[in-house]
Design a protein around this ligand. Sequence first.
Ligand code: HEC
Length: 126
Amino acid sequence: MRLRGERMRTILGMAVVAMGLCGCSASTGEPGAADLQRAQAARPSDPQLAERYERSCMACHAVAASGAPLTGFTPHWQRRLAQGMDQMVKHAAEGLNAMPARGQCNDCSPDDLRALTRFMSAGAAQ
Ligand code: HEC
């Protein structure tokens, strides 16, 4: 087990170096101009949800350097998705560090928060 762990770390280390050399936005985990444009343009398909999203979540989740994971930008969501959708929705409802409770959307129901979290953490396809 210990050996496997070390080998894994070596592989991860090499991957990090390779990403640094590549400089691609997707692999360094930093969004490029196209990722930001896509985040600005994306809306939930449901009109009421889109209105709530525009009014609250977008202010942080569709801009660079806000500290919030960018809408539709997979590298920002992968680690968060790993904890499970329920945990993410709980954080959306209760807040997490600089993430305000309910994302400052006072009329967002728990279902809305779940749908918005799904929308933001999904890939560009949505
Ligand atoms: C004032 C800025 C701000 C607004 C508005 C905002 N967020 Fe966030 N959000 C953040 C920040 C910053 C984080 C990263 C928090 C951290 O991990 O420390 C975050 C993280 C999250 C996460 C990930 C939680 C996790 O478990 O990793 C979810 C889900 C989320 N926000 C949902 C929403 C939803 C839904 C809305 C709109 C209803 C919203 N946010 C509005 C700033 C904001």
